[in-house]
Design a protein around this ligand. Structure first.
Ligand SMILES: [Fe+2]
Length: 275
């Protein structure tokens, strides 16, 4: 019995892999198969996993360097970190209206000079229904642009800044300096071109800020049409890993967030400088 790779889950992407326990060390052959599925389908779902936060960290490390949420030496450094809708007392709260929240289309840590290759989430506690995550395939979005638009935006660089959202700055004490990335980035493994934008974009370099923000909003609307979207309906135990280099994603506020708990463990693997 080896690992079983299912059919593609939707036109924009997604595939389920069964017959593997991710809590165990990952031998070279299944790792090769997982990487191939990841390259071809962008979102890989491993149903029915039961990993500790330490085991998830070890699994994620197979794919590169972890971008941890805490400093080396801290207790939380070598483990997956917890994301949830809970406040510090463990009570569910509705934060879906936050302009820097996960409910807007984004790619993870896009305001970093070296943004992540992949993110993985392991579903630990879920609401009875809803709490989906949607993924938009930005290779498809780019390919569907009129050729004239593709020519026009070639070479444009987008300024990303934590908390920026289409020209609207969020009050913050964070001091991350802005970075810029190509709006059209080339996927290092496939050579395909993909749009790189979403929440935390500020403007287009060399263009009046309002004009750039408006163009980015238009492109985001184009890139997130339903035909480019795979919606993942979580089941407890799912571990999902996705490619930040060719996908936008967002959490969907389609459950009663003030009432039900949703707890995920998250690991992020560093990528390379977008080109
Ligand atoms: Fe995210």
């Amino acid at each position: 019995m080896g690992l079983v790779i299912g059919p593609r889950l939707s036109a924009p992407g997604g595939v389920a892999i069964t017959g593997i326990d991710l809590a165990e060390p990952l031998p070279p052959e299944p790792k090769r198969q997982i990487l191939e599925a990841f390259r071809d389908h962008h979102v890989v779902v491993f149903p029915g996993q039961a990993l500790t936060r330490e085991q998830q960290y070890d699994f994620a490390r197979n794919f590169g360097e972890i971008q941890p949420s805490s400093q080396p030496g801290s207790k939380r450094h070598d483990v997956a970190h917890v994301i949830s809708n809970l406040d510090k007392d463990g009570n569910p709260v509705d934060r879906s209206s936050s302009p820097v929240g996960n409910y807007r289309w984004h790619t993870d840590k896009s305001w970093h000079a070296v943004p992540p290759l992949l993110t993985m989430l392991h579903a630990v506690e879920l609401p009875p229904t809803g709490g989906d995550t949607e993924f938009a395939n930005t290779v498809m979005g780019y390919a569907a642009l009129p050729e004239e638009t593709q020519r026009r935006i070639a070479g444009w660089r987008v300024v990303f800044r934590w908390g920026a959202s289409g020209g609207t700055a969020v009050m913050t004490t964070r001091q991350d300096p802005p970075v810029d990335h190509p709006l059209v980035r080339t996927h290092p493994d496939t050579g395909r071109k993909a749009l790189y934008l979403g929440n935390h974009v500020s403007h287009i370099r060399g263009m009046p800020e309002a004009e750039g923000a408006a163009l980015l909003a238009e492109l985001l609307e184009h890139a997130t049409q339903r035909r480019f979207v795979y919606a993942h309906r979580w089941r407890r135990g799912d571990l999902v890993m996705w490619d930040n280099r060719c996908l936008l994603h967002r959490a969907v506020a389609n459950y009663d967030m003030g009432k039900y708990r949703r707890v995920m463990h998250r690991s992020v693997v560093r990528g390379t400088v977008p080109f």
